[in-house]
Design a protein around this ligand. Sequence first.
Ligand SMILES: Cc1ncc(COP(=O)(O)O)c(C=O)c1O
Length: 390
Amino acid sequence: MTLQDTENLYTSGLYTKRPIAIVRGQGARLWDSEGREYIDCVGGQGSANLGHGNAAIAEALAAQARTLVSCPEMFYNDRRAELLEKLVSLAPAGLNRAYLCNSGTEAVEAALKFARLKTGRPETVAAMRGFHGRTLGALSATWEKKYREPFEPLLPGFKHIAYNDLAALDGAVTEQTAAVILEVVQGEGGVRPGTPDFLRGAERICRQRGALLILDEVQTGFGRTGQRFACQHYDLHPDLLCLAKSIAGGMPMGAVLFGDRVGVLPPQVHGSTFGGNPLACAAALAALDYLESQHLADRASELGAWFIARLKRIQSPVIREVRGLGLMVGIELKHKVTPYLQALMARGVLALPAGLTVMRFLPPLVISQDQLASVADEVEAVLRQPISEQ
Ligand SMILES: Cc1ncc(COP(=O)(O)O)c(C=O)c1O
């Protein structure tokens, strides 16, 4: 039996698989079980900002694994204290506390609960095409029908307005609104950057009406868009900031940073066994050091601008639009994206979809310009003509 057969036999069935087994990585390169090399623009769906096989993360993990792995938050812990201080020091101004958890959806779930707890209000305003995770609270904020419908009825009190439509947001936020939850750049919804007017207007409306602004930077955080956090492009001041994916160099971790409008939370109302465990904290400390010392956000900004400009020069009847921020890049096609992603994979480049028609690139931020140039060449070759005519 191949390892693919074994997985197929025992897996949940929830994932659409590609027919390769990835077994090793270094920087922005991955290798499959046949020894084939790929340039990775999936980047662990945005969790591999620091690159694969990162020695700093590996060493931090090994040292901490030998020292202490488990330590629930009923005790204090040295690594956790260090990480909380570090996270707050790197956070946008005003965010001075953090709740640690294990994934993006958990961070969103917690932020939604904190907003309801703090305001005593029952409703949440989210955006069409928004993606916030798959637990029932986060799923209620998520827009896409195919994720929601099998699990309806979801939580009551969630409204979805068109992203970047400030008038619609203005009409939706009432004295019943606990929170507005938004991505700064919509990721799964098609790599769609928010407009400054919309995002700043959302902050203003929240302040005026006593609702809390939750920014979901699970995908855009930690350098991805060319700033440490994408909200810094727009000088936004969220009340709650959801983080995960790359926070711990690829180890599972999530966090919600929050400020004085939320304040200290009462004991026992929320929590997590694994949240803030020393192993994940040690990985996150190493990841944050690496991110800062290697100036990965600046790198994402420069390389991203170059990559987007290069992709915009591709002459193709298949392309509708190239867009993105930093190294979060999408090409909207006039056709379904899957066959183009398959063709790209056959040429040694791994990229991912965002919806049905957008080809998305989330490479590790350590990717070189030469590697990005190769990616662009392969994309150009694949998109030169509609795939049925190739
Ligand atoms: C913006 C955003 N929020 C939340 C999530 C959910 O994160 P996780 O898969 O870690 O639960 C994702 C995942 O893609 C995301 O992109």
